[in-house]
Design a protein around this ligand. Structure first.
Ligand code: CMP
Length: 140
């Protein structure tokens, strides 16, 4: 089914100057960018976005990392977009990520892991709405 998912290129990947290489992977897989922005997240924005992880031991490190530099946030649209995007990213821990995935190729650690992607269609809608107003989404 036609779906949308939220994708974030994290500060480590922005610092490595691989925004375009990552966008190319989305496009080659048939995912269309229907909204896009670069942003240096505030602490409040990062904490709110990752609120489901608030009680996890890695929460503070995650927030610190996510505000350490600008990120690039996009909504991706395509057939089966949520799972397709997760397959492109590979496992959360780059040591476990399959060869040829974004994390295997660009991530250094489970914290600095290059990209974020929604884990379900339900969360995708919540996460897209967290960063984009309805008028900022451009169906195409
Ligand atoms: P992300 O998909 O952005 O969602 C939460 C992030 O927390 C995850 O990617 C990782 O970068 C980070 N993280 C750090 N430690 C862990 C862990 N043990 N399990 C899951 N996520 C972790």
């Amino acid at each position: 089914a036609l779906e949308r998912t939220l994708s974030i290129i994290k500060p480590d990947a922005v610092a490595k100057n691989v925004i375009g290489e990552i966008y190319t992977r989305f496009e080659k897989a048939g995912l269309k960018i229907v909204a896009s922005k670069m942003k240096h997240l505030s602490r409040k924005e990062a904490e709110g976005f990752y609120a489901v992880h608030r009680e996890r031991p890695f929460f503070n490190a995650l927030v610190e990392f996510m505000i350490s530099g600008p990120v690039v946030i996009q909504a991706l649209e395509g057939d089966n977009a949520v799972l397709k995007h997760r397959d492109l990213m590979g496992a959360t821990d780059p040591k476990k990520a399959e060869k040829g995935t974004i994390r295997a190729d660009f991530a250094d650690s489970i914290d600095a892991n290059a990209v974020h992607g929604s884990d379900s269609l339900e969360n995708a809608a919540v996460e897209i709405a967290y960063f984009f107003a309805a008028t900022e989404l451009c169906p195409r």
